[in-house]
Design a protein around this ligand. Structure first.
Ligand SMILES: [Zn+2]
Length: 287
């Protein structure tokens, strides 16, 4: 098995009254750090473990939260793994997939009550719909889906009509199952979508608070721990000014709240906490 590919792909933990489960949808070598704007390779290589092609090992993590009667999926991941998959970055390995991971914790697609989408990039939305009996339908048929409005209006709706964002989000909108959110929105008591633009215009974090414990699913706010220490390290195609502001806002809150954090793209399970050191703010991996 290639280096960095996890053999385990589902991991649960308690968070106050909630159960948080991280599910890996896959992993692979990515050029995300090599595409940093205005940061030469000799500079970032001092802090980043990259291969000879200047790629870093990334994960593709989604989260599930069970809280009271709510069964909440955070991000949708890719489409189903297998030869039919249209969405498979080169050099990447798939896990059995998000739907299979949910089954291991007793969650069937029809059980999911809410789907919170951090942003409209393909690796976060491709799993949103599925073709059944010749019709494209929501994979989670009873779930209300939520997305920052500008990610649809300023991004996904402008992509090619056969792109993953356009197909999946467009279908959910047509079916009346996707709600576009302006600003911040409490979804169920204790679970809030927080607008944090930069990676994309409508990019959002998910904040969970239960019995004094605080958790954030950060989406693509940080792709790598080096971006925590250097909030101005931003990859091509992102809005660097807004990204930096969103990062600074989260760092301040997470330190104050001693929050548990999850990222979409750090290696599985993608969890960590922030700590203040003599050298600055650092990401500490949590198993
Ligand atoms: Zn992503």
């Amino acid at each position: 098995m290639p280096q960095g590919i996890p053999t385990e792909y589902v991991r649960s933990r308690t968070l106050g009254d909630a159960t948080l489960t991280m599910i890996s949808d896959g992993s692979g070598w990515s050029t995300i750090i090599n595409s940093l704007v205005d940061v030469p390779q000799e500079v970032w290589r001092r802090e980043v473990d990259a291969n000879e092609n200047a790629e870093v090992m990334v994960g593709y993590n989604v989260a599930h939260l069970r809280l009271g009667n709510a069964s909440i999926l955070i991000d949708l991941g890719f489409d189903d793994p297998g030869p039919e998959s249209q969405w498979m970055p080169p050099q990447h390995q798939r896990s059995p997939g998000v739907e299979a991971g949910l089954v291991t914790i007793g969650v069937k697609p029809a059980d999911v009550t809410h789907v919170l989408i951090t942003h409209a990039h393909g690796d976060h939305v491709a799993g949103g719909t599925i073709v059944r009996d010749g019709r494209r339908v929501a994979r989670y048929p009873n779930a209300r889906h939520f997305l920052g409005r500008t990610d649809w209006e300023e991004y996904a709706s402008r992509t090619q009509s056969n792109s993953y964002p356009a197909v999946n989000l467009g279908t959910l909108l047509t079916l009346g199952q996707l709600e576009l959110v302006d600003g911040d929105r409490e979804i169920v008591p204790g679970v809030t979508l927080i607008h944090a633009p930069g990676e994309s215009p409508g990019h959002s974090l998910v904040r969970v608070q239960s019995r004094g414990e605080v958790f954030y699913f950060l989406g693509d706010l940080f792709h790598h721990p080096a971006e925590v220490a250097h909030v101005d390290w931003v990859s091509r195609g992102r809005d660097a000014t807004r990204m930096r502001a969103s990062r600074e806002r989260l760092i301040e809150a997470a330190l104050r709240e001693n929050a548990l954090l999850a990222t979409a793209h750090m290696p599985f399970p993608g969890l960590g906490r922030l700590e203040r050191t003599a050298e600055g703010i650092r990401w500490r991996v949590v198993d």
